[in-house]
Design a protein around this ligand. Structure first.
Ligand code: HAS
Ligand code: CU
Length: 541
């Protein structure tokens, strides 16, 4: 990246993401302390719910959206070798999204939007929260448009050529996000915002939850795709080898996008508003969307094996030890995959209709998503940042060993935090409680696990501080600038000379998504308009 303006654009996005992240980490540690009940001076459900709502919004919406936008600008310019299309518009998207975040922050921090990151009605927040969320989404739509325009422009100037894998995945993610965010946009526009402004007296929470489910599943793949992109396009090269299969990677991204969208009802298995047939249909789709993750695991491990053997590793497992474990990208992918084993296993339990009854709305669920999002996914955000920072600020990384310590402590901290969380869920602890004020044998059995979670949280907080410290020190380093470092993309072991259009373009897939969405959400949403359902008045704010 030689253009200073483009580096500034990417850095600004990434800094907003990481500032949101570090603030949210402090809140996370406060929350485990508060919930444990060990420090009775804290004991304020009001502060707890304001904090947990802000933590969730910062992590799930601000860290992710800004990170993905910054990541996208870097991928698009470096893989396509063309400048960002319409930079003023890109900055417009940035400022719009940031204004949205600031706007939502006021009600969040003053306890007027303690509605958690899923903001299910009938609890209702101050209108500024919904307006802020809307601006954040609209800002991200601008990014989507820029990604898709750059994708199309490149294809027009390079007819018949294969779109670089990194850009294929990023543009796919932009398309996925446009579809994904439509559900929550409809919910906010037609239900939550009018209700919070007093223009409506009641809303149908069943419809709201259905619209939110439209967004809630694919959004997790929107967060995940940059991590998988790094798995495929950076890891093999950093490990000293080749990508096992470029085509397999594309297929994984296609299946992720196409099947992530029509399957939100596994979040509603225990809800009454949808019939069981629809839930079963979405349940089957949920298992289908686990397949690209299995394919990804296979391809990435195969790529690592190629690298390990090229580096002299022998035997069935010897190649693992000859991998460059001191390379941040390689260490991160290993730790990420390890967390994916149990995080993914938890996901399969959740997705199994009958077993969902056992864990739904228990502490198991935050255990699942902290492990697979904050673990598997975010550890790759760190590795990407460590890789990009020297290129963006043109200075060497302040400390590689500190980065390695940070990745290990994040992994250990996340394991120490989420293992007890899963157990607590199985012991029947509900999710989303601020504290337990009564003592009986059941709740007393929760105590040791909550105690462990405080340590997990502390390790994570320390790790997060190391991460930010390393980036700041890198940027403020007065050492000589390095000017020649460029982003290096992995080569596939078999060069791809040409591809069928369906692996090089989205037109077909966009149509397939439209049909699948119509099938899986058409009637389930329409029913609310021809059945008499009860409305519910908003409460809270
Ligand atoms: Fe999930 C709830 C099902 C993946 C995030 N999920 C959530 C929520 C979030 C979330 C945020 O079906 C909470 C929403 C809320 O607040 O209510 N999830 C799944 C399934 C998958 C899955 C089936 N989730 C994710 C990812 C997330 C995420 C990814 C974020 C990034 N999830 C559910 C369900 C619920 C749910 C239900 C609702 C629960 C309820 O009742 O409320 C799958 O995509 C997972 C597939 C993964 C695998 C793992 C394969 C393992 C591999 C590793 C191999 C590594 C090796 C080690 C061998 C099947 C590939 C190699 C080692 C070396 C040294 C080289
Ligand atoms: Cu889901």
């Amino acid at each position: 990246m030689n253009d200073a303006a483009e580096r500034k654009l990417a850095l600004s996005h990434l800094w907003v993401a990481f500032i949101a992240f570090i603030l949210a980490c402090f809140m996370g540690e406060y929350q485990v302390l508060e919930r444990s009940g060990f420090i009775s001076a804290l004991n304020s459900p009001t502060i707890y719910f304001a904090s947990v709502s802000t933590h969730g919004v910062l992590m799930a919406f601000v860290l992710t959206t800004f990170f993905i936008m910054g990541f996208g600008y870097i991928i698009a310019t470096t893989s396509l070798q063309q400048p960002v299309w319409n930079k003023p518009l890109a900055w417009g998207g940035f400022w719009l999204a940031l204004t949205g975040v600031m706007m939502a922050a006021i009600p969040l921090l003053t306890g007027k939007a303690s509605v958690l990151y899923t903001f299910y009605p009938p609890i209702i927040a101050h209108a500024a929260f919904y307006l802020g969320a809307t601006l954040l989404v609209v800002g991200s739509w601008i990014w989507c448009m820029i990604m898709l325009v750059m994708f199309v422009q490149w294809k027009q100037t390079n007819p018949g050529k294969v779109v670089p894998l990194a850009m294929f995945a990023t543009a796919m993610n932009a398309l996925l996000w446009l579809w994904t965010s439509a559900g929550v946009a409809l919910e906010i526009l037609f239900q939550l915002l009018p209700l919070s402004l007093g223009w409506l007296d009641t809303v149908d929470p069943g419809l709201a939850r259905t619209l939110f489910a439209w967004t809630l599943h694919p959004i997790v793949y929107f967060w995940l795709i940059p991590a998988y992109t790094a798995f495929y396009v950076f890891v093999p090269k950093q490990a000293g080898g080749f990508l096992f299969s470029d085509e397999m990677a594309r297929l994984a991204f296609v299946v992720l996008a196409v099947f992530a969208l029509p399957i939100g009802f596994h979040h509603l298995y225990m809800d009454p508003e949808q019939a069981k047939g629809w839930k079963l249909l979405h349940g089957i789709g949920t298992f289908v969307v686990a397949i690209p993750t299995l394919v990804t695991g296979f391809t990435v491990i195969a790529s690592l094996e190629i690298a390990g053997r090229l580096r002299g590793g022998k035997g069935l497992f010897g190649w693992i030890f000859s991998l460059p474990w001191t390379n941040t990208m390689v260490l991160a992918v290993i730790l990420s995959l390890l967390m994916l084993i149990f995080g993914g296993f938890g996901g399969i339990v959740n997705a199994s209709y009958a077993m969902n009854a056992m864990i739904h709305n228990t502490a198991w669920v935050p255990g699942h998503f902290h492990l697979i999002f904050a673990g598997t996914t975010v550890i790759m955000y760190f590795a990407i940042a460590y890789y990009f920072w020297p290129i963006l600020v043109k200075k060497p990384l302040f400390s590689n060993s500190m980065a390695l310590t940070q990745l290990w402590t994040w992994f250990i901290g996340m394991s120490v935090l989420t293992t007890p969380w899963h157990v607590l869920g199985l012991l029947g602890q509900p999710r989303r409680v601020s504290t337990v004020v009564y003592n009986n044998l059941l709740t007393l059995a929760w105590k040791p696990y909550e105690f462990m979670m405080i340590f997990g949280g502390l390790l994570l907080l320390g790790s997060a501080c190391l991460f930010i410290y390393n980036l700041v020190k890198t940027q403020l380093n007065s050492a000589l600038e390095i000017s020649d470092q460029q982003i290096e993309y992995a080569e596939p072991i078999h060069r791809v000379e040409s591809l069928p259009e369906w692996l090089n373009d989205f037109t077909l897939w966009n149509k397939v998504i439209a049909v699948l969405m119509l099938i899986s959400f058409g009637l389930p949403i329409l029913q609310f308009f021809f059945m008499d359902t009860f409305g519910s008045a908003g409460w809270g704010y």
